[in-house]
Design a protein around this ligand. Structure first.
Ligand SMILES: [Zn+2]
Length: 139
C-alpha cells in the first residue's frame, strides 16, 4: 500500500478529514466541530493552512465565492481515495488500541472490552468479567 502523501500526524487534521468526508462543510463549521470533538480551542491557523494543502493536492474542492469563510469544502474523488488510504492505515492503529483494552477473565477466559471486575487475590490483581467469576475463581 502506497504511503499517503500528506502526513496526518495530529488529531486536528484527522478529524477535519473525517468531517470533510461526511458532507460539504464550511471552514468555520470545521473549526466549531473540532472544538466540540476534541474539547479544546482550535484556531483558524490550525485549519485553513491544512485546507489549503488539501486543495493544492486536489483532495478537496470548494464552492465558488470570494469570501474565504463562505466556502463550502468537500472531498474530491482523489480526496476520497486519499481517505481510503488513511483509514486503512488507521484501522491497524485502532485494532491495536482495542486489543490493548481487551482483558481476559481469569476464571472463564472470556474476553472483556468494557466493564468487568477487578479483584486482588493473594496479592495479585486479577481481572474478571463479572462478580460471579471473581467469586468462583479458584486459581
Ligand atoms: Zn468470567
Amino acid at each position: 500500500m502506497a504511503a499517503p502523501d500528506i502526513k496526518i500526524n495530529n488529531l486536528v487534521k484527522l478529524n477535519a478529514l473525517l468531517l470533510l468526508s461526511k458532507r460539504k462543510i464550511h471552514g468555520y463549521e470545521i473549526i466549531k466541530a473540532l472544538q466540540h470533538n476534541l474539547g479544546t480551542r482550535i484556531s483558524a491557523s490550525q485549519v485553513y493552512p491544512f485546507l489549503g494543502i488539501l486543495k493544492r493536492k486536489g483532495y478537496i474542492d470548494h464552492s465558488k465565492t470570494d469570501k474565504r469563510d463562505k466556502k463550502e469544502y468537500s472531498l474530491t474523488a482523489a480526496g476520497k481515495e486519499f481517505m481510503r488510504r488513511i483509514t486503512a492505515r488507521l484501522a491497524s492503529v485502532i485494532d491495536l488500541a482495542i486489543m490493548s483494552a481487551i482483558k481476559t477473565c481469569a476464571h472463564c477466559n472470556c474476553e472483556v472490552y468494557k466493564g468487568g471486575y477487578e479483584k486482588r487475590i493473594r496479592d495479585k490483581l486479577l481481572y474478571f468479567c463479572c462478580r460471579n467469576c471473581a467469586r468462583s475463581y479458584r486459581g
